[in-house]
Design a protein around this ligand. Structure first.
Ligand SMILES: [Zn+2]
Length: 272
C-alpha cells in the first residue's frame, strides 16, 4: 500500500545546504535547516572535507508536474545528479519570490519579495555569505529576469545574456576559465513557453527538454574543468505550473501541488 510521504522541506533549504557543503556560514536571514541526507552523503564522498566548487543550475518552472505526465521526465538529471529531494516552493510561487527564498534561506515575509516584483534585495543572501568566505561568485542569467536583477550590488560577477543558449555558452566559458568557485546559471524558455501555451504543450515540453540537455552539457563541463576539485552540481528549479481555468493557458502562483511541488537534484563528486 502506498503511504503518502509528506514534503518536509521548502526551497529555502537550498541556501543552508549549499553553505554547509561549501563550509560557509549561512546568511543571517536564513531560517531553514540544511538537507541532512545530502550533507551526510557529501561527508562520506569528500571524507569529511568541504566542496570547493559548485554549479547551481536554475531552470524556471520545471516543477514535479512534469513527472506526473511523464514519470521519467527528470531521469537524465537524476543520472548525473543522483541525490534527489522533494521540496515545496514558497507562497506565492512566482519567480522572484521563489529565488529570493531559495538564495536567502528565508520565507517571503523576511526577505520582503511577496509578489511579482524585482527589487534589489538589501538583506543578507547566499551570495553575501559566499563572498564573506572569499568565494568567487558568478551569476549568469537572461537579461532583466528575476535572478539577473534581485541579487545586484554585490562584489560578484554578473553576466546578463540575451537568452538561454547564451547563458549556457557563458557558463561553459566560465567553467573553462576556472576563475569562479560558485556559478549560478538560470534558464527561462520553459516558463516563457508555458505562459504562451500550456505546461504540457509540445512546444513547452520541447523547451523543458532543452533545459535538461543544457544541464547535461554543464555537468560534463563541470567534470572536465573542475576535475581536480571536490565539486557539486545542483538542479534547483523555483516552482511548477498548471493550466489556468480562466485563460486556458499555463500559469503559476497558487498554493496548489502543481505549482508547489518540486524535485531538486544534487551531484556530489570527489576530486581526481
Ligand atoms: Zn519562475
Amino acid at each position: 500500500m502506498h503511504t503518502y510521504d509528506p514534503i518536509e522541506h521548502s526551497i529555502q533549504a537550498v541556501t543552508p545546504t549549499l553553505c554547509k557543503l561549501l563550509g560557509v556560514s549561512s546568511p543571517t536571514l536564513c531560517k531553514a535547516s540544511p538537507l541532512e541526507n545530502i550533507c551526510q552523503q557529501a561527508q562520506e564522498i569528500f571524507h569529511g572535507d568541504h566542496a570547493q566548487k559548485c554549479l547551481i543550475f536554475a531552470p524556471d518552472a520545471l516543477g514535479n508536474h512534469l513527472s506526473h505526465t511523464t514519470p521519467l521526465f527528470f531521469e537524465t538529471v537524476r543520472h548525473l545528479a543522483p541525490m534527489v529531494v522533494s521540496l515545496r516552493s514558497v507562497v506565492p510561487p512566482k519567480t522572484p519570490v521563489c529565488f529570493a527564498s531559495m538564495f536567502t534561506g528565508a520565507p517571503p515575509a523576511y526577505h520582503g519579495i511577496r509578489k511579482y516584483e524585482k527589487p534589489v534585495l538589501s538583506c543578507d543572501t547566499l551570495f553575501d555569505a559566499l563572498l564573506r568566505a572569499d568565494k568567487r561568485v558568478a551569476i549568469v542569467a537572461v537579461k532583466d529576469c528575476s535572478v539577473d536583477r534581485i541579487f545586484r550590488g554585490r562584489n560578484l560577477d554578473y553576466f546578463s545574456e540575451p537568452y538561454d543558449p547564451d547563458v549556457t555558452l557563458r557558463a561553459l566559458s566560465l567553467l573553462k576559465e576556472n576563475h569562479h568557485d560558485v556559478i549560478v546559471a538560470y534558464h527561462q524558455e520553459y516558463d516563457d513557453t508555458l505562459h504562451a501555451t500550456t505546461p504540457f504543450a509540445p512546444e513547452a515540453i520541447q523547451a523543458a527538454r532543452k533545459h535538461l540537455e543544457e544541464f547535461v552539457k554543464l555537468s560534463e563541463a563541470v567534470d572536465r574543468y573542475w576535475q581536480s576539485y571536490h565539486r557539486i552540481i545542483s538542479f534547483t528549479p523555483d516552482h511548477g505550473a498548471h493550466i489556468s481555468p480562466t485563460t486556458g493557458k499555463g500559469d503559476h502562483g497558487e498554493d496548489i501541488p502543481e505549482d508547489m511541488e518540486l524535485m531538486h537534484f544534487y551531484g556530489i563528486r570527489r576530486r581526481g
